[in-house]
Design a protein around this ligand. Sequence first.
Ligand code: GRF
Length: 226
Amino acid sequence: MTATALKTAVLISGGGSNLKALIDAVATGRLKMDIVRVISNREQAAGLAYAISAGIPVSVISQADYPDRQSHDAAIAQALQQDQPQLVVLAGYMRILDEGLTDRYCGRMINLHPSLLPAYKGLDTYNRVLQAGDRETGASIHFVSAGLDAGPVISQVRIPVHADDDADSLSSRLGPLEHSLLVATVSLFCERAIHCSDGDIIYHGEVLQRPLQMNPGDPPALSKQT
Ligand code: GRF
């Protein structure tokens, strides 16, 4: 039996290159997913244009219009509620979410973060990796729970840090891999191959002990760590 297209909402704040990767993957048949709405907390978010050209409904819900995080996130919850998404993807959404929202979407909301979590939660990850002299960095996708970049980590991609790297070179090497990681990870949800249960990640029916690792190939593949 073929699974139906996964109803998915995407939250963005900026450029939206990861949103574009998802839209392209749907258009080329790599993801069986219906992007039901894109929500941005910034009206100027360049990524909104990708949604509009793909005919995806957009909502701009700016924190400037609400007195506090709770009421802002309640407005986001209300917008999500209309479309009943099965998955919510935070793709460059640059605000911490209120616990009411993360609880409501527990096990149905994922976030992409440019570090090998649990290391370097928060902003400015590349400079912190460089300052620490790390030899490796990467990106992670995790289920979202309350707190900064918190929740069980589903998948990661790793890159070496070279002696002459700066934040820009790390970002430009990691960016395309983040796109692939996101598409490969979201495809697990489309295939109903992954879910979260009591804080555990269940992958093909078994508890995942360590994050899946992406091997950059064509197509990129996720594999279990041995
Ligand atoms: C990505 O690097 C992601 O890891 C981080 O924000 C960036 C979003 O980029 N959370 P874009 O808006 O998808 O281009």
